[in-house]
Design a protein around this ligand. Structure first.
Ligand code: GDP
Length: 304
């Protein structure tokens, strides 16, 4: 229900466009497919993924000879869920972490402004609500505001934060955070990092160093490298995914601000193109406005 509400804009827009795409047609023909292609691209599904979907529908249409437009919804829904399944994601319904990794370490990456800090705060809140002991690490030492903002969230959620002054070594903050977490017997560690894209080599070196230093404290960490993307930025989000996956091994995605966009299709395109699971979606600025991404719910929110 709240997912529906958060995605209201995407949903309404997708639907009205889709019904325009088939208006006046009883049969799926080239015209309908062209219009559908347009709807998908303009919903930020991305060209590659859109063409994949259109190809599959075309194949079904030609096998079927006659396909009514009323069937199109059902088939589209099937194809989109299928595509999301291929990324092996989206079956979870709860915020959960593996029990056998303690502390479970999440390193959060992404450029400024995408909602990194907010997502970390919301996640900390969810984990704490489950009775888990959470520690935050302010390893985005490049901006004073980043440290302050994370502190605001740490206070709001009431979890400890490890920080140093602006300009200090991010790897050193990460090291301190993990050491403290181990000492406190914490369950989850969430590390914020700086995402300056203007220098790819720097970004790669910094993330590599942060990881290496963390591994001195806890083996095989981080367990999850989560890239945060702003879902309302379309092609920018694709571009950032491309850059970050080159700089480090990204293992999950959080897509934010889906409440403010008519283009929720970005979730479909990005998970298809990068084959990285979308774990969470942000649907508002409030502490509760983070949801575990569930592909069935997501696709249904468009088609119900
Ligand atoms: P950071 O620079 O990446 O750490 O970004 P912040 O976490 O500071 O967020 C930037 C702005 O985006 C803030 O005003 C947040 O309230 C807002 N924001 C973050 N996530 C969401 C979301 O899911 N929906 C909406 N509407 N706003 C969000």
């Amino acid at each position: 229900e709240s997912l529906d509400k958060g995605l209201e804009k995407s949903k309404t827009s997708f639907f009205s466009k889709l019904s325009k795409a088939v208006a006046g047609k009883s049969k799926v023909d080239d015209d309908v497919l062209d219009n559908l292609e347009e709807v998908l691209v303009s919903s930020d599904v991305g060209v590659t993924t859109t063409l994949k979907i259109i190809d599959r529908i075309e194949a079904r249409v030609s096998a079927d000879k006659y396909m009514g437009t009323e069937e199109l919804n059902a088939i589209l829904r099937e194809e989109i869920s299928g595509l999301l399944s291929e990324t092996n994601l989206g079956n979870q319904t709860e915020f959960s972490i593996p029990k056998d990794k303690k502390p479970y370490v999440i390193m959060v990456v992404g450029v400024n402004g995408v909602g990194k800090t907010t997502t970390i705060g919301k996640l900390a809140y969810q984990f704490k609500k489950q009775g888990l002991k959470v520690v935050l690490g302010a390893a985005d030492t490049f901006r004073a505001a980043a440290i302050d903002q994370l502190q605001v969230w740490a206070d709001r959620v009431d979890v400890p934060i490890i920080k140093q002054k602006m300009g200090s070594d991010p790897a050193s903050v990460a090291f301190d955070t993990l050491s403290s977490a181990v000492k406190q017997d914490a369950d989850v560690v969430i590390i914020d990092t700086a995402g300056r894209l203007h220098n790819k080599v720097n970004l790669m070196n910094e993330l590599t160093k942060v990881k290496r230093v963390m591994q001195k404290v806890v083996d095989q960490t981080p367990h999850d490298v989560m890239l945060v993307l702003d879902g309302s930025t379309g092609q920018n989000a694709f571009e950032q995914a491309k850059q970050f996956t080159k700089a480090t091994e990204v293992t999950s995605l959080a897509v934010t601000k889906l409440d403010g966009t008519a283009k929720g299709g970005v979730v479909i395109g990005i998970s298809d193109q990068f084959q990285i699971p979308v774990k969470y979606i942000g649907v508002g600025e409030g502490i509760e406005d983070l949801q575990v991404f569930n592909k069935y719910e997501f696709v249904d929110s468009f088609f119900n």
